[in-house]
Design a protein around this ligand. Structure first.
Ligand SMILES: Cc1cc2nc3c(=O)[nH]c(=O)nc-3n(C[C@H](O)[C@H](O)[C@H](O)COP(=O)(O)OP(=O)(O)OC[C@H]3O[C@@H](n4cnc5c(N)ncnc54)[C@H](O)[C@@H]3O)c2cc1C
Length: 605
């Protein structure tokens, strides 16, 4: 049952007369996954409390090409970082979905998994059962692969290995019905430069150029973005033991300390949009599952008195549990953009802004036939290892830089990442943004494209901590982006290599020769570093603030996802990921949701 507490407070009050076996805080990607799976036991009552509303009737959500259009709207938490000391004091946008489905309702729809060694690292860092094999099974359980039609295969050359995917899970994944020429050119360009073409990047080896699936449906027409709401909640609205309260913002957990000196949650406090306070209660053996995402999960723990006493004490918060790792070990990938103008006769999505006839045509095509530009999702990319991006001289320089561990990161995380830099697993991702996505002096009525370059495994680690006792104040988000020599040097080199990709014969057919951004004057490593320090972005893939690590290594949860020092509080969202994967993170969120449910039920995926 879905109850909007803003419009149906009476129904909400009635639902709150019950005690729940599980209260899931946050109905986002992982949260709705775990809630649905837990509710499969008809004897368990499950309550989800979500700050946002439903995305069912929102074009911003359902139309695939609208991803990123949510930024600044009322379905965006609209965070920015604190001024970044090593990046020209930039306050970098880190928008996040405030809606049922969370990130899955607003993201870029890219559906991709990382390299096997990156998942195995979770186990190596101290969490038995968290490895590629087990985690991949959980992802497969979530997936419903739509095998591409012969027409799509013939038109774009899409390849997919069904054996790497689930065919009957709740989450529809498909190739987009339309892939712009500039995206297929990325694959041609990378192959021209000698990168491998990877037929099955979902096998645990994702290195090379590849076609990527996206989280969208194929039927009915028109295709829709797939979200955790549409996949896990909408088909199960009639389940009597699954209640979802929307437009309800959790303010803190109610806890007591048990005789064993463990903190025990007894319920959850939350508020409706008009400020009315409510309490949801747990049954005696009940559990709270925090799935509020990397930014809000540590905030809620801290507001509930669980966190670093040096941070909570000065704010006057009663410290229930001194847990230093809460909000620490925060990591995001870092991203730069270079921009080129398309030759006359070629169009990018910029044209939807200056050509109203084209926009109307594409809207009609989408509505009537389910094809065309509005079905767009990435569809193509390249994961490059350091061995591809760097010359042999540069690899020698990389060894020198990595001879010293920066203070930001733990010994074992550093050693794992360093090993992977030289063993050929991906360190940089290249994807096309099909519009003018970075730069100055944009000409009217002109189509551009940008190349987005992502450093997948930075060594910088930052933090997310509260600075007030109110849930409504954003926490301080400090990724410490580019704070290590490696992060700065490698991103600069990877960005310079991006220019090589854009200067291939493949792209020469469709791009004007002159680079629009940063432009031909940027050539030396110092100039590239200057460029990235002035323009760096984050990957919108924040992780790590409730890390699944040993407690003494800034861990917050153990392998069973129970918060250290508590008896019935678990975390299940991407904040538990201790280090990054070479991928976008929605597959990780669904994996965590499925695996967390299996752990709680005492089964496996
Ligand atoms: C702009 C953008 C683009 C992205 N692009 C891609 C992509 O193309 N491919 C990909 O794989 N990944 C992408 N990602 C990342 C991916 O979507 C996220 O990593 C993933 O969805 C996170 O899942 P989660 O369950 O950890 O958190 P979320 O899905 O963010 O869920 C957290 C939920 O908790 C709710 N919540 C928070 N605080 C409270 C509170 N106090 N009370 C009640 N509810 C609360 C939120 O509203 C939200 O619904 C993108 C993310 C963004 C923001």
């Amino acid at each position: 049952k879905l109850i909007n507490i803003g419009s149906s407070p009476t129904d909400a009050k009635k639902a709150l007369e019950h005690k729940y076996d599980y209260i899931v805080v946050g109905g986002g990607t992982a949260g709705l996954t775990i809630a649905k799976r837990l509710s499969e036991d008809p004897h368990k009552k499950v309550l989800v409390i979500e700050a946002g509303g439903s995305g069912v009737d929102s074009d911003l959500v359902t139309i695939p090409e609208n991803s990123f259009h949510f930024i600044g709207t009322d379905i965006d938490w609209f965070y920015t970082t604190s001024p970044q000391e090593y990046a020209s004091n930039l306050e970098i946008n880190l928008s996040s979905g405030k809606i049922l489905g969370g990130g899955s309702a607003v993201n870029g729809l890219v559906w991709i998994t990382g390299d096997q060694v990156e998942y195995d690292a979770y186990e190596a860092l101290g969490s038995p059962g968290w490895n590629w094999q087990d985690m991949h099974k959980c992802l497969v359980k979530a997936e419903r692969l739509n095998v591409p039609s012969t027409e799509l295969v013939n038109e774009y050359g899409f390849v997919v290995e069904p054996s790497s995917h689930g065919l009957s899970g709740p989450v529809d994944i498909s190739f987009p019905e339309f892939l712009p020429l500039q995206h297929t050119k990325l694959i041609d360009a990378c192959v021209e430069l000698g990168h491998p073409f990877n037929r099955d990047p979902y096998s645990g080896n994702n290195t090379g150029a590849y076609y990527s699936l996206s989280s969208q449906t194929t039927k009915p027409i028109p295709p829709s973005r797939e979200t955790s709401e549409f996949a896990y909640l909408t088909p199960n609205l009639s389940s009597s033991n699954l209640v979802v309260l929307s437009n309800a913002t959790v303010t803190k957990l109610d806890t007591k300390t048990s005789s064993k000196q463990l903190v025990k949650a007894t319920g959850v406090e939350f508020a409706s949009p008009d400020g009315t306070s409510y309490t949801a209660k747990l049954s005696t053996k009940g559990e709270v599952i925090l799935s509020a995402g990397t930014i809000r999960t540590p905030q809620l723990l801290e507001l509930s008195g669980i966190g670093d006493s040096d941070i909570l004490g000065p704010l006057g918060i009663d410290v229930k549990l001194d847990l230093k790792g809460v909000g620490a070990n925060f990591e995001d990938q870092s991203l730069t953009i270079i921009t080129y103008q398309l030759k006359d006769g070629y169009l990018s999505f910029d044209a939807l802004g200056y050509n109203q006839t084209l926009l109307a045509e594409q809207q009609a095509l989408y509505e009537n036939t389910g094809t065309g530009w509005l079905t767009f999702a990435q569809g193509a990319g390249d994961m490059s290892s350091a061995l591809t991006v760097l010359t042999s001289d540069e690899l020698a320089e990389a060894e020198q830089i990595l001879a010293t561990k920066p203070d930001s990161i733990s010994d074992d995380q550093f050693e794992l990442i360093k090993k992977n830099v030289f063993n050929g697993s991906p360190q940089a991702e290249y994807i096309i943004f099909n519009s003018f996505s970075g730069g100055e002096n944009k000409l009217p009525n002109t189509s551009y494209i940008s190349l987005a370059i992502t450093h997948l495994h930075p060594l910088s680690r930052g933090s997310i901590h509260i600075n007030s006792t109110s849930i409504y104040d954003h926490p301080i988000i400090d990724p410490k982006v580019l704070s290590t020599e490696w992060d700065t040097w490698f991103l600069a080199k990877a960005t310079a290599y991006g220019r090589k990709i854009m200067q291939t014969k493949a792209f020469g057919e469709i791009l004007e020769e002159e680079e629009v951004w940063p432009g031909a004057n940027t050539t030396t490593i110092d100039q590239w570093i200057d460029f990235i320090r002035k323009t760096v972005n984050l990957g919108y893939h924040p992780i790590g603030t409730a890390s699944m690590l040993p407690r003494e290594k800034n861990g917050v949860v153990a392998a069973d996802l129970v918060v250290y020092g508590t008896s019935n509080i678990r975390v299940a969202d991407v904040s538990i990921a201790p280090t990054h994967i070479s991928a976008h993170t929605q597959t990780l969120a669904y994996t965590i949701g499925e695996k967390a449910a299996a752990i709680i039920k005492g089964t496996s995926c």
